[in-house]
Design a protein around this ligand. Structure first.
Ligand code: PNS
Length: 160
C-alpha cells in the first residue's frame, strides 16, 4: 500500500469478459499509485470474438468490485484506446503482464499506441503470483464445462 498517491490519471483498459481477480489486482494496485483511475471497458474488441457479456454487464461487474475506491471510475469505450486516454487526461495506460506469452501481444499494442500518442505511456504491472495463469477465457471455459457437468448430472437425477 502506497501512503500517498501523486500520479495523475491512469486508464486500465481491457475487454474484461468477465473481469477476473487478476484484473482487480491490477486495478487496485493502479488505484494505490494514481489519483484517478478510469477502467476502460472495450465495447467490442476488434481482435477477439464477440464477448459473452454486454459492455453494460462487464462495466457493472467491475463497479460492484471497486466500491472501496472512490477515485476509480468504470466506463465503456469504442474509440481508439489512446483517444479514450486523452479524453480523460490520462498520462498513463496501466496493464498487467502475466506469463511471457502476454509479452508479444502487449509489445505490439504498445508500439501501436505509442505511435499514435507518444505522450501517453503504458506501464506494466507484473501479475501477482496467485493470478499469473488466471484469464477470462480460462474462467469462461471452466464455467461452460461446469455448467455442462451440472446439466448432465441434473438430467441423470431426473432420469433415475
Ligand atoms: O486484451 P484485451 O483485454 O482485449 O485488450 C483490449 C485493449 C483495448 C486494451 C487492446 O486491444 C489495446 O491495447 N488496443 C490498442 C488498439 C486500440 O485502440 N484498439 C481499439 C479498441 S476499441
Amino acid at each position: 500500500m502506497v501512503a500517498e498517491r501523486n500520479g495523475g490519471t491512469a486508464v486500465c483498459p481491457g475487454s474484461y469478459d468477465p473481469v477476473t481477480m487478476g484484473h482487480l489486482d491490477i486495478i487496485s494496485r493502479a488505484a494505490n499509485v494514481f489519483d484517478n483511475v478510469v477502467v476502460g471497458v472495450v465495447n467490442q474488441p476488434v481482435r477477439k470474438q464477440k464477448t459473452i457479456f454486454s459492455a453494460d454487464e462487464r462495466v457493472a461487474f467491475i463497479e460492484e468490485q471497486v466500491t472501496e475506491y472512490p477515485h476509480v471510475q468504470v466506463k465503456p469505450f469504442d474509440t481508439l484506446l489512446v483517444d479514450f486516454a486523452r479524453e480523460h487526461g490520462a498520462k498513463a495506460i496501466v496493464k498487467g503482464l502475466r506469463a511471457i506469452s502476454d509479452f508479444e501481444y502487449e509489445f505490439e499494442m504498445n508500439q501501436l499506441n505509442r505511435m499514435q500518442a507518444p505522450e501517453v505511456d503504458t506501464l506494466y504491472l507484473m501479475a501477482s503470483p496467485q493470478y499469473s495463469f488466471l484469464s477470462s477465457s480460462g474462467v469462461k471455459e471452466l464455467a461452460i464445462v461446469l455448467f455442462d457437468i451440472l446439466h448432465l448430472r441434473q438430467r441423470a437425477i431426473t432420469h433415475s
